[in-house]
Design a protein around this ligand. Structure first.
Ligand SMILES: Cc1cc2nc3c(=O)[nH]c(=O)nc-3n(C[C@H](O)[C@H](O)[C@H](O)COP(=O)(O)OP(=O)(O)OC[C@H]3O[C@@H](n4cnc5c(N)ncnc54)[C@H](O)[C@@H]3O)c2cc1C
Length: 386
């Protein structure tokens, strides 16, 4: 393929950009993918190494990755058959995939293995992948955009897609304004082996000063995401202290824990750009939105963007940068993204208020919901991504 002139040029080969480029190549589009780093094509070598960056992938998005032949080997995947969520008082709700008539609520997959699987498929596709380079400037022309790279090349494309993460360089080249609200929390992630079987249950505690999730991985492994205002208090602990602290915060639900990886912290913020399109430019994934990870939906929203944009471009044989098409993409994604951002933000605030009345309400609400089968079924369907 001529690697200088594209229908679509995607900048950022993380999970969202890589899946979009692969989907577009399968639809026969002339697609290029620029990634600043060397992708983990060989990341599958050490099977004892478990990536602490894991994602709860919805069944809808698993089906998307399956359709691209890019779903990782099941020996690396945890199954979420049920969720058990506890408030900071006596509130508790549990719901299962069976409530929604499905085999699983979500699958827990490692970032590195999903990425490596996507990049292996890209290597066999028609997509032109350029790695280890960064863009330097964008210039607009009537029928295309030119992107100059730091290796001296200039690439032309009908549509430029920013899949380059929350600090998107592509977004910064537009006049799109972004509202940023830091949560004052970081997400601390780490992997453990538990003493007892997790039973494929994802557990979550709203602790008052933080939110802790235990996600099931194969066998007795779990991965945690702990949203906390004091991440250093966790990342500075010795392995034994970390295990004891995490086990205690979860009420020893799985007995003693043994550390598989050190803790890493990621600052959390809500980012809401006032648009996800500009002339001949579209944003996808974290470049287009970030959410609090309490519902594990960030990359799921991004896969939703990739699916929507790929489907629109598959059904449109003309100019891939057509502004009417980009407006349709923006409309298609607005409701799902807004709803998820507002829901996660609302839950975060509800569980962080010190108001005693709201404290009583949120715990009572959780417990009441536990006794409402229709609402529980709806929650299960929501988790699945219907
Ligand atoms: C603690 C935590 C837990 C989370 N848990 C979940 C979960 O359970 N489920 C879920 O759905 N989501 C979860 N998320 C959200 C998820 O991590 C993000 O939504 C997802 O990683 C975004 O993917 P992306 O491909 O859009 O961006 P990124 O993963 O940030 O990828 C961007 C890519 O672009 C490249 N890049 C950046 N700038 C340039 C440039 N200038 N030139 C070339 N390349 C560039 C980068 O190298 C990178 O490869 C979590 C987030 C956090 C912080």
């Amino acid at each position: 393929m001529n690697c200088e002139c594209f229908d679509v040029l995607v900048v950022g080969g993380g999970l969202v950009g890589a899946s979009l480029a692969l989907a577009l190549s399968r639809h026969g589009r002339r697609v290029g993918l620029i990634e600043g780093q060397q992708p983990p094509r060989d990341g599958l070598a050490d099977t004892n190494d478990w990536d602490p960056r894991v994602y709860a992938v919805s069944p809808a998005n698993r089906a998307f990755l399956d359709s691209l032949n890019a779903w990782p080997d099941m020996s690396r995947i945890g199954t979420v058959s049920a969720m058990d969520v506890r408030g900071d008082g006596n509130g508790r709700i549990a719901f299962s995939a069976a409530d929604a008539g499905q085999p699983a609520l979500a699958w827990i997959a490692e970032n590195r293995w999903m990425l490596a699987t996507l990049w292996q498929q890209l290597a066999q596709s028609n997509a032109c992948c350029i790695t280890g380079v960064r863009p330097l400037s964008v210039s607009h022309h009537p029928r295309h955009v030119s992107l100059s790279l730091d290796d001296g090349r200039t690439l032309n494309t009908r549509l430029l897609v920013g899949a380059d993460g929350a600090n998107s360089w592509i977004r910064q080249q537009t006049s799109i304004h972004v509202a940023v609200s830091p949560y004052g929390h970081s997400g601390v992630v780490a992997n453990f082996v538990a003493e007892h079987d997790h039973g494929n249950i994802a557990r979550q505690w709203f602790l008052g000063d933080g939110i802790l999730a235990w996600l099931p991985l194969p066998e007795r492994r779990i991965s945690i995401v702990w949203s906390t205002a004091t991440p250093d208090a966790l990342t500075r602990l010795s392995a034994d202290e970390l295990c004891a602290t995490v086990a205690k915060a979860g009420g020893q639900a799985l007995g003693q824990l043994h550390c598989l990886t050190p803790a890493q912290a990621f600052p959390l913020r809500l980012m809401r750009p006032d648009s996800v399109i500009a002339p001949r430019i579209a944003l996808v994934g974290d470049a287009a939105h970030t959410v609090h990870p309490l519902a594990g939906q960030g990359v799921n929203l991004g896969f939703g963007d990739a699916q929507a944009l790929a489907a629109l471009l598959a059904s449109h044989t003309g100019d891939a940068g057509d502004l009417l098409l980009l407006r349709r993409y923006q409309r298609m994604r607005r409701e799902a993204v807004n709803t998820m951002q507002l829901t996660c933000d609302g839950l975060f605030k509800l569980f962080h208020t010190r108001d005693p009345l709201l404290g009583w309400l949120r715990n009572t609400g959780l417990s009441l919901t536990q006794h409402l089968p229709l609402v529980k079924r709806q929650l299960a369907r929501q988790a699945i991504g219907f």
